[in-house]
Ligand binder design. Structure first.
Ligand code: UDP
Length: 482
């Protein structure tokens, strides 16, 4: 661990969702390993999930701490963003009492009030986007151009100006079409205002992945933009440590389901690069009928697989189906179902995994890239269709399952079946195919995985960007914009 010539204290304020918390905790660990004091402010439930990891780092001498801020739970579901605002006062109170005094806030884009906090403390606020520059820039460019004016069809792909060649998307797949506008509208303006006032933007990505988007985004927003990822690579060791404790990579976020341990042992017995890992993220709860299609598709593919199934509403319906179909019996030796939370990064890093069926959440896509895996893409909502374009059309390491329209978050069960069993099996066959296309796809994925690792090593682009962020913070608040 290096130490800095002066004490730099970075306060991290993540959004309360796994896809946002997980990369922020990794990022805090990266900065702490480079000598900065790192404080992560979050609610007790979220703090509990990461307590083991942070305590262990702290015992190893890393200057990192989790601070629990009580959260008004009763408001959680109805007024999420309003409730998040209630964290401001207790966080500021805590920071006033802390030594060393904070020197920078790195907070999720949705924690818009943190720019006022930063102003009060006379320190910079850097915005963290839990996604890459590619989706951030494309959203910006659609909004700030008139490219939608001539588009009449929701399903006709169109080109977004200022994006790499080959970028096409439909109106229906634009990120804001999968959230209920009225829930969010009040906050959108505040989030944008706070971002305009921020001193810079941090992204969990790396320069080689972004195909010129970082430079372009820097220009359009006139701010510093730093890619410091893939942050998941800070988690060492795939499974258990010599003392039998779970490794950081295994224990990342939630505690893994008990199925996972058996699955790791099973993976050890499988041929290298032979198993498809299927997981559609932490948030989405698809209709049982849609999940049954996924199960049938995995079964029909004849390919070994791990199927991660989140528990949720409709669980008993899916469980009954699994039992009636004798699903697990029929795929015994070839397929495993994990109910609940999988240690995703550890599993993707297992040599037996040869492909990743993903919903293209930014973290998942990046984790697949780090493990040099070709991907089967099944975007569901938010910016996932944009990420699919990056994976399939720009990086050319993926095969689409054929999802055309998003499911609205929170209304997944209403939409029923959007992707059929045969489409899933077809995409898996295409991915594992040993024809030239399949081989070239695997080769590209391997090269990209290598670039991802290089970015995080000393001298790599993301490693150097962490140094730049630290230098920027140490230089103090009077610096000009880019
Ligand atoms: N994840 C995991 N186990 C699971 C499901 C998800 O470890 O069973 C992690 C995954 O590795 C990723 C994050 O949760 O880091 C999900 O973030 P992503 O951006 O992929 O999608 P979201 O869940 O936000 O839709």
């Amino acid at each position: 661990m290096s130490s800095l010539p002066q004490s730099v204290h970075i306060v991290f304020i993540p959004l309360l969702a796994q896809g946002h918390m997980i990369p922020v905790v990794d990022m805090a660990q990266i900065f702490a390993s480079r000598g900065a004091v790192a404080t992560i402010c979050t609610t007790p439930v979220n703090a509990h999930r990461f307590r083991t990891t942070i305590d262990r780092s702290s015992e190893l001498g890393m200057p990192i701490q989790l601070v629990e801020i009580p959260f008004p739970c009763e408001e959680l579901l109805t007024k999420f963003y309003g409730a998040i605002g209630k964290l401001q006062e207790p966080i500021e109170k805590h920071l006033r009492e802390r030594t060393p005094a904070p020197s920078c806030i790195i907070s999720d884009q949705y924690i818009f009030w943190s720019f006022e906090t930063a102003q009060r403390f006379g320190i910079p606020r850097l915005v963290f986007h839990a996604m890459g520059c590619f989706p951030v820039l494309s959203t910006h460019n659609v909004k700030h151009s008139n490219c939608l004016d001539s588009i009449t069809s929701d399903l006709e792909p169109f080109e977004v100006p200022g994006m790499p060649k080959g970028f096409k998307i439909t109106k229906a797949q634009l990120p804001w079409n999968s959230v209920r506008q009225q829930d969010f509208e009040v906050f959108r303006g505040k989030i944008q205002e706070a971002e305009m006032a921020a001193q810079g933007v941090m992204l969990n990505s790396f320069d080689d992945l972004e195909h010129g988007c970082i430079e372009a985004y820097r220009k359009v927003i006139g701010k510093r933009v730093w890619c410091v990822g893939p942050v998941s690579l800070c988690n060492k060791a795939p499974f258990a440590e010599p003392n039998g404790n779970e490794s950081d990579m295994y224990r990342r976020g939630n505690k893994a389901s008990s199925d996972a341990e058996k699955c790791m042992a099973w993976l050890d017995s499988m041929k290298p690069r032979s198993v498809i890992y299927a997981c559609l993220g932490s948030l989405c709860r698809l209709a049982p009928s849609q999940l049954m299609e996924l199960g049938r598709g995995l079964g029909a593919s004849q390919q070994p697989f791990v199927w991660v199934n989140k528990r949720g509403e409709g669980d008993s319906e899916l469980e009954n189906w699994l039992m009636e179909e004798r699903f697990e019996e029929r795929v015994k030796g070839r397929g495993i179902v994990i109910r609940g939370w999988a240690p995703q990064v550890a599993m993707l890093s297992h040599l037996a995994i040869g492909g990743f069926l993903t919903h293209c959440g930014w973290n998942s896509a990046l984790e697949g890239i780090c493990s040099a895996l070709p991907m089967i893409t099944w975007p569901l909502f938010a910016e996932q269709f944009v990420n699919e374009v990056l994976v399939v059309d720009i990086l050319r390491i993926g095969v689409r399952v054929g999802a055309k329209v998003p499911v609205r978050w929170g209304e997944e069960r209403k939409v029923g079946i959007l992707v059929r069993e045969d489409e899933i099996a077809r995409a898996i066959h295409a991915l594992v195919s040993e024809d030239e296309e399949g081989e070239v796809r695997r080769k590209r994925a391997a090269e990209l995985g290598e670039k991802a690792r290089q970015a995080m090593q000393e001298g790599g682009s993301s490693h150097s960007n962490v140094s730049r962020v630290l230098q920027y913070i140490m230089a103090g608040p009077t610096q000009e914009a880019v």
